[in-house]
Structure formats: structure tokens, C-alpha cells
Design a protein. Structure first.
Length: 326
């Protein structure tokens, strides 16, 4: 019951925000703005979005390998894309992550590393977001916020990131607490986090991939904004775009729709970008994210066929053995 209530609330939030934006801006104005996006800009943004997804998939593959999960590179890329497709089309906010875990477990990977790899992948992406936002805030225009406020927020973000890393590296629990299953699972996550941080090279690889992946996706923001004539700088796009993506981590909408559009219009409106332009860019980005996830459906269908074939072979072999016994 709670699941359906949460789903209904997300749907209501998404519909309300989109309805309000369309009422304020006008559906005709939005359609005209989307039509004004040049085809070359859409093609370049799609390429950048696909590259961002690929870099994120590589990061997850490295996490799996560092945790001792034996999985082929192509296999982890396919599973990641299956998760992308689920996240783009299914209403649950964690549908993509859950499907990644399920496919790994069905493939023979133990449950704990399957769950932890996905959680640590999410945390690596979040760390990259916080880092980009914190490093960009001091250099954006004063129209966004006074310098002292921006410096304070940037320092708080970096301090929070440092504290989170310190907690992950040094936290421990009394032995008696580990009898509780949930606490054992949490400590298992911390143990895997320490495994990733055991080597500086590993940690730098993951943070570097997170930053590179995000920068690639944020450059897609920049390309689309500039194609519509918005006078935004790279640093403004990176900083405000990071905050938009950071807002999308809140599980309060369906597939990020509504939340992405609202934060995009609000944040970029501070630096003078027309609401219709921000809304058009957000809609195009959402559609591109859905489009580039389509290979995940093909990978899923292929996996289902292979699984069905394996089950049929196993059934035939079992019937043959039983026939010989008879």
C-alpha cells in the first residue's frame, strides 16, 4: 500500500510542476523553443549524454572489479544500460538500481557485493557532484548569490564531503551490535568502501571518472543553452547544472520529470535565462536520456532469450536423465 501511495505522490508532484510551468510559459512557446534547437546541437548533446552514460558504466565496472566480482567489461556495460532503461521508463525512483542488483544476483554474484557496488557507484557520482558544485560556486557571478555566501556554501560542501569520507574510513561498531542484520549490512558497505579507498589510485580513478562523466553531461547542457542563444558561461552551466542534477537525487518525482524542469527554470533564471529556454533544454535533455537508454531494452530482451534457452536446455537434460533412470 505504501508503495502505491508513494508512487501516487510522485505522479502528483510531477504533474503539478509540469502543469504550473506550462501554464506560466505556455505550451505553444515551449513547442516553438524545442523546435528552435538545431539538429546539430541535439546530435552533439545526444553524443555527450551517451558518453556520460558510458563513463558511468565504466566506473561501476571498476567498482565491481575492485570488490572482487568477476564480470566481463561488456557484461557490466550491458547490465548498466539495462538499469538506465528501467530508470528512464519505470515509475520507481530506484527501479534501475534494483534491476542492476537483480541481474547481478541472477548471474551468480552474491547479494551483498551486488547491492554495495550499486550504492558505492551512487556515492561516487554524488561525491563528484558535490565536488563540482563546491569548486564552481566561488567563480560564478554575484547575481547568483553574494560572494561570502557562495564561499560559505562551497566550504560547507567540501567539509561535508571530507567528513563523509572520514566516517566511511574510520567508523566501527561494537561486536555485540553486529548481531543485528541491518548493522552488519551497513558495516559491510563501509568495509567495501574502505576496499575502494585502500589504494589512492583506485579512489582517484573513481572520483576522476565521476567528474569526467558529469562534465561530459553538463557540456550537453551548455551546448543546448548556447544553441538557443542563452548567454551562459561554462562555469555557470557546470555549477548550476550540478545543482540541478543534485536535486534529481531527491526521490520525489517520476524519472526526474518535473523536478528537473522546475530546478532548471529556477536556477538558470537567476542568471537571466528565459524560462522557455530553460524548460526547452530540460525537456530535450529528458527525451535524450530516454532515447540513449533504449539499448538497455535490447540487452534485456537478449538476456531473456538466453535465459529461456538455458532453462529449456536444463529441462531437456533433466528429462533425459529421468528417462534413463526409468
Amino acid at each position: 500500500m505504501r508503495k502505491y501511495v508513494a508512487l501516487a505522490l510522485k505522479a502528483a508532484f510531477t504533474a503539478a510542476v509540469l502543469a504550473w510551468l506550462l501554464y506560466r510559459i505556455g505550451a505553444a512557446t515551449l513547442v516553438e523553443s524545442v523546435r528552435n534547437v538545431p539538429g546539430k546541437a541535439i546530435a552533439l548533446a545526444a553524443t555527450l549524454a551517451a558518453l556520460q552514460a558510458l563513463l558511468s558504466a565504466i566506473r561501476w565496472h571498476l567498482i565491481l572489479r575492485y570488490l572482487g566480482v568477476a564480470i566481463a567489461f561488456t557484461r557490466s556495460i550491458q547490465v548498466y544500460w539495462i538499469g538506465l532503461f528501467a530508470a528512464a521508463l519505470l515509475p520507481g525512483g530506484v527501479a534501475g538500481d534494483g534491476l542492476r542488483i537483480w541481474v547481478l544476483v541472477r548471474s551468480g554474484t552474491e547479494l551483498a557485493p551486488s547491492i554495495n557496488s550499486v550504492l558505492l557507484d551512487r556515492l561516487a557520482a554524488l561525491a563528484g557532484l558535490v565536488l563540482l558544485a563546491a569548486l564552481g560556486l566561488p567563480y560564478v557571478d554575484d547575481h547568483i548569490a553574494p560572494a561570502h555566501f557562495r564561499l560559505t556554501v562551497a566550504a560547507a560542501l567540501l567539509a561535508g564531503l571530507a567528513v563523509a569520507f572520514a566516517v566511511g574510513l574510520w567508523i566501527s561498531m561494537p561486536e555485540r551490535w553486529l548481531r543485528v542484520r541491518a548493522i552488519r549490512a551497513i558495516m559491510g558497505l563501509f568495509t567495501d568502501f574502505r576496499t575502494l579507498c585502500k589504494s589512492r589510485l583506485r579512489a582517484l580513478d573513481l572520483i576522476g571518472l565521476s567528474v569526467l562523466s558529469l562534465m561530459t553531461g553538463l557540456f550537453a547542457f551548455f551546448v543546448l543553452f548556447r544553441s538557443l542563444g542563452a548567454q551562459v558561461s561554462v562555469i555557470e552551466t557546470v555549477t548550476l547544472g550540478s545543482l540541478v542534477i543534485l536535486a534529481l537525487t531527491l526521490p520525489i518525482s517520476l524519472g526526474g520529470w518535473g523536478l528537473r524542469e522546475g530546478t532548471m527554470v529556477g536556477l538558470f533564471g537567476i542568471i537571466g535565462v528565459p524560462p522557455a529556454t530553460s524548460l526547452a533544454v530540460s525537456v530535450v535533455l529528458g527525451l535524450l536520456a530516454t532515447a540513449i537508454s533504449v539499448p538497455g531494452l535490447l540487452f534485456w530482451m537478449r538476456r531473456r532469450r538466453q535465459s529461456a534457452g538455458s532453462d529449456a536446455e536444463a529441462t531437456s537434460a533433466r528429462i533425459g536423465v529421468e528417462g534413463m533412470k526409468a
